[in-house]
Ligand binder design. Sequence first.
Ligand SMILES: [Zn+2]
Ligand SMILES: [Zn+2]
Length: 267
Amino acid sequence: MHLTLLGTGLPFINPKRRGPAYLIRAGEESFMVDCGSGAMHRLYEAGARPSDINHMFITHLHMDHYIDLGHFIMMRWIHRSDEPLHLYGSQGLQRMVDLLLEMHGPDVELRQITRSLPRPAPNVIVHEISEGPILETPNGVKVSAFRVEHYPLDEPFGFRFDTKNKSIAFSGDTCPSENLIKHTHKVDVLVHESTEYTKWDAPDVDHSHKVKTHTHPEKLGFVAQDAEPGLLIATHLMPRSVPWELREMISEGYKGNLLIGEDLMTA
Ligand SMILES: [Zn+2]
Ligand SMILES: [Zn+2]
């Protein structure tokens, strides 16, 4: 099982760090976690295509994690994949997909007219999930969801992928979470958010809620110390975050293997 970081940024535009998105390849099967801005371009750069992916997992319904989902669904369809796309996420995902398909409906109809063979519209199957196992493929890839904490969302999730040889987990967006530590303990690779959330904020704005929404790199080290991953990858990085400074902050609490994520990095 191989991981490619498609996007290590967050909502702010940053050509060097696209929005959150991750590609997991396990033998013949490919999966994506999140579909942030620029995910399609990075997917191509990673040598994959939307039509390679039949299962996508959305950590939560903040736009930086799904903004290119419409692009993905349409490109997958244009690439002539009529396999169903299974989408997994929290309550509200079905409504969002319904709206996306409605928005792209006129273009789907126009493209159907100009095709020589009739084609069905994009086939998207939504799974609004709870914590626990959510997928086991015939090739032995198991995917489970666990709750994280991302105020004020009700149901943000992290995801964990397991094969018989390797495990990879994704925090999604979360403040330091005991439940994440429980579900990812000793995972081979932990991809965890590391948002420097106050450094560039105006001093007169109340940002006190941010301790309930994101994990500052200074705190990530202590999360990782308890989770004990084989490798920690920091992601969801601010445009002005400096990698060596992030490494120093995270290393205050964590002495294990650490990578500061870059787009298209693999593990
Ligand atoms: Zn985010
Ligand atoms: Zn978020």
